[in-house]
Design a protein. Structure first.
Length: 368
């Protein structure tokens, strides 16, 4: 495919409810979207970076800069045999995986349309539907958290993830577990602890969680392997894993037993597939994480979740949990059994609504 034109734009989308993690609270998402035209076909990608560089070093500004000054000039007017050929070209740029993923994933969208196959099938997906969980942020009170959990269980979601941090952990989980003794439950700390907190982290073992996600440093595999030896609860790695090589090292030193794969964090479908294939070969379960994506990033997450190694419910849930109106048609819906059907139509399977995207746009720039 020959890339004729690339447009980047920033949209602002207010969340239905604030989302709070150990590193802060988000009320409105600032999302950079990438639109690529190649051989008369249009593909879309989404930068999943947070508003501030608190989850990783990336934010919407850094992504805009890397796309505008490197990734777009390096890919425009060139002939790419397939979407999988662009990741090696981007390799000289260190990091900036979320910016890379947005452009690469738009090419996968184009390739799926050109080959007239569903995106899920093009990337190697085999599942017809995927199991869904929800990620519930830190609330103003435990009562509100319990109420929210009940609402999501009533909607059919198969597992509940809550966010924890020092001061919102043991007591909260104690009350949640007492109220919901049998649900599939996990906790995500987003790097809020250190090995000095080991006694407190060991207390979490009594809640028989499915896993505890990223308790320690955002780049620290070594301390996670020390912690895993002290815990019966499996550790799931999120922030630490940027590529298949990180996953290999993590598995080798026992830094965790489960991996959360995020398309943005690992740099797009090519890298995500490599992480998936490695984990599958090593019998490490994986699941698809989320970054409060708009419908475009969500549609990519759904396609990736169809890969056979995605055996655990992910953080991919219905559009209505995030937005009063999503920017795709149809919106993402979840069945009463807590599943999402993989689209069987060619390409993304969800049409970006230009009208809604335009209405949410605060700046855009195009390159030919
Ligand atoms: O750590 O998984 C995370 C949201 C923003 C940044 C990091 C994370 C999250 C979530 C939300 O947990 C997942 C979602 O519902 O999209
Ligand atoms: Mg996480």
């Amino acid at each position: 495919m020959k890339i004729e034109r690339v447009e980047i734009r920033e949209i602002h989308l207010p969340l239905v409810h604030f989302f709070e993690t150990s590193f802060g609270r988000t009320t409105t998402r600032r999302i950079v979207l990438v639109r690529v035209e190649a051989d008369g076909t249009t593909g879309w990608g989404e930068v999943s970076a947070g508003e501030e560089p608190f989850y990783s070093h990336e934010d919407p500004e850094t992504a805009w800069h890397i796309l505008k000054d490197y990734l777009i000039p390096w890919s425009l007017k060139k002939e790419w045999p397939s979407a999988s050929d662009i990741a090696p070209r981007f390799r000289p740029i260190r990091g900036h995986n979320m910016a890379k993923a947005a452009l690469e994933n738009a090419l996968w969208d184009i390739e799926a349309q050109q080959k007239r196959v569903p995106l899920a099938r093009l990337v190697g997906g085999t599942l017809a539907e995927i199991p869904c969980g929800v990620s519930i942020g830190i609330q103003n009170s435990v009562e509100e958290l319990v109420e929210k959990i009940q609402r999501e269980l009533d909607a059919g979601y198969q597992r509940i993830k809550i966010k924890i941090k020092p001061g919102w952990d043991v007591e909260v989980l104690d009350r949640v577990r007492n109220r919901f003794p049998r649900i599939a439950l996990m906790a995500d700390a987003n790097s809020a602890y250190t090995l000095a907190d080991i006694a407190r982290l060991k207390e979490l073992d009594r809640f028989y969680l499915m896993m505890i996600e990223q308790p320690l440093g955002w780049e620290d595999l070594v301390d996670h392997s020390k912690l895993q030896r002290e815990l019966s609860t499996p550790i799931c790695l999120d922030e630490c894993i940027h590529n298949a090589d990180d996953a290999r090292k993590a598995i080798e030193i026992g830094a965790g037993k489960i991996i959360n794969i995020k398309l943005g964090r690992v740099g797009g479908f090519s890298s995500a597939r490599a992480v998936h294939d490695l984990c599958k070969a090593k019998n490490i379960p994986v699941w698809c994480g989320g970054m409060l994506e708009s419908g475009i990033g969500r549609a990519h997450n759904i396609a990736m979740s169809a890969l056979p190694g995605f055996t655990l419910p992910g953080d991919v849930s219905a559009s209505r949990r995030y937005w009063t109106q999503d920017i795709i048609d149809p919106e993402v819906t979840v069945s009463a059994q807590g599943t999402i059907q993989i689209p069987q139509t060619p390409g993304l399977g969800f049409a970006p609504s230009l009208e809604r995207i335009e209405a949410a746009t605060v700046r855009k720039e195009s390159f030919e």
